[in-house]
Write a protein that binds this ligand. Structure first.
Ligand code: 4AD
Length: 445
């Protein structure tokens, strides 16, 4: 494989082909493209083939009079989803930003079986999920994965530009990070039980004492018996942690990161957002300052709107939707009751029954996308909190050590990649935002 001086691997080292997204640079020239034919229309002596290659789509026009008979015959027997290599002259659509090919040559790489299961008619979600390996080719699914990819890349970019380094957290862990009722258990040789991680947070906290600012990115696992459109049992989380950052600063970082993601997605995925018919104006409004309200204020607002939520209670999915409908931008809900949040969250010095933590709720009913807080940095206070939460101290000695040697105020947060992808792409159910969703009733394919 040849790699040029810019570190780019040529797409194809033995045949000169172009990508469909590059067609605009080749108007009036003859080029060769390769991809998959996903639609075909014929009218006597002319055939219109819709072809995609991952980078874009084009219409290839085959005129019986312009091609060899064998080519015309192979077009006739070509099934949907066949892979093809096509040579033709590029022309621009007179009105749209679309490019077509007048075909002079066509090679069938593989004629697909005639029964591709996903057609134009409506399919139920179970059928589509059972055929997820093929469904991934559909335009909406294509667009969602491109947006997910942008969010991942842009997250790395943001942290690299802001003095963070990536630190990988383990997946097998001896203890829980969040709610211990949601753990997947595995037998771990002679060591007894181990658990699949729920979040890398506790581990990456160790690394701030070495690097200052760090983040992780990886799959996490929750045995939540939730069947909602916002829950997966395996999803991708990014945890970020920073020394010398307080609760307010922690929200500032989250807000800056989210705005960077929105801005870049709007710019880099304009076409994908169009395919998804996403209301981009709603996303643009999120470039305004985010709303910050306390949990107490949120509950009062919700009660006023008719929710039956009680003081001190967690917000249900409907509450999150109702609350965020009051605003155009995302909403930070802060100062949660300590009793319903994790043990490591720093109590508010003005009211220790509340914590200096926040959930960030996305607008338009997408719900919580980030959870974060200032962390307890005082050794004795952390010991006390662990006792209140009945956590076995011996399992957390290492975590307590961090409060013994050069402890500093610090804060962090974690985002759910699929929830953010669902929001940006305007996808109702997060099962479509991960290539192969794992839910309580699905592990195939
Ligand atoms: O709010 P959570 O539980 O926070 C933590 O795990 C912290 N340790 C993070 C940290 O401070 N470093 O989860 C973080 C995010 C949620 O806001 C949500 O976006 C997502 O993870 N999430 C889920 N996404 C899909 N399916 C589920 N079952 C999810 N549970 C949480």
């Amino acid at each position: 494989m040849i790699i040029d001086a810019l570190g780019k691997t040529p797409y194809n080292t033995h045949m000169k082909t172009v990508l469909l997204r590059e067609l605009s640079q080749h108007v009036d020239n003859e080029v060769t493209i390769q991809g998959w034919m996903f639609n075909k229309r014929s009218s006597g002596k002319i055939s219109f083939l819709q072809v995609r290659d991952g980078s874009g789509v084009t219409q290839a026009i085959v005129n019986k009079a312009d091609v060899e008979e064998s080519i015309w015959n192979s077009v006739d027997t070509l099934n949907l989803e066949s892979s093809v290599r096509i040579t033709g002259t590029v022309s621009k659509h007179p009105k749209k930003e679309e490019y077509e090919l007048q075909v002079s040559g066509l090679e069938v790489i593989h004629n697909a079986a005639p029964d591709f299961p996903i057609g134009k008619k409506e399919h139920g979600p179970d059928f589509l999920l059972q055929n997820r390996h093929l469904w991934l080719r559909s335009p909406r699914q294509w667009a969602i994965q491109r947006i997910r990819n942008t969010i991942i890349n842009v997250t790395y970019e943001y942290f690299n530009q802001n003095d963070y380094i990536k630190i990988d957290a383990p997946i097998f862990t001896p203890t829980s990070c969040e709610d211990s009722t949601e753990l997947f258990e595995v037998e771990y040789f002679d060591e007894g039980k181990a658990y699949l991680t729920q979040s890398g947070q506790l581990y990456i906290e160790s690394a701030i004492f070495s690097h200052g600012r760090v983040f992780d990115f990886g799959p996490v696992f929750r045995a939540e018996k939730s069947k909602t459109r916002r829950h997966l049992t395996e999803f991708w989380m990014m945890d970020a942690e920073a020394a010398f950052v307080d609760f307010e600063g922690n929200m500032d970082i989250q807000e800056a990161l989210m705005k960077y993601i929105i801005e870049k997605s709007l710019r880099e995925n304009a076409y994908e957002l169009k395919v998804l018919e996403r209301d981009v104006e709603a996303l643009k409004k999120c470039l305004e300052p985010f709303v910050r309200i306390t949990h107490e204020e949120a509950v009062k607002t919700l009660q006023g709107l008719g929710s039956d939520i009680k003081d001190g209670e967690d917000l249900g999915a409907d509450d999150e939707t109702m609350l965020t409908q009051q605003y155009d931008s995302p909403v930070f809900v802060t100062h949660w009751p300590a009793a319903i949040k994790a043990f490591y969250m720093q109590p508010d010095p003005n009211d220790p029954t509340k914590i200096l933590g926040s959930d960030l709720l996305a607008p338009e009913g997408y719900g919580e996308i980030i959870g974060g807080s200032e962390r307890i940095h005082d050794y004795d206070l952390l010991v006390k909190k662990m006792e209140e939460f009945n956590l076995p101290r011996e399992d957390y000695e290492w975590y307590l050590d961090l409060r013994k040697y050069g402890s500093v105020p610090h804060s962090g947060f974690g985002y759910g990649l699929e929830r953010i992808t669902a929001w940006i792409s305007g996808t109702k159910h997060i099962r479509e935002t991960i290539p192969f969703p794992r839910m309580i009733n699905r592990i195939y394919p």
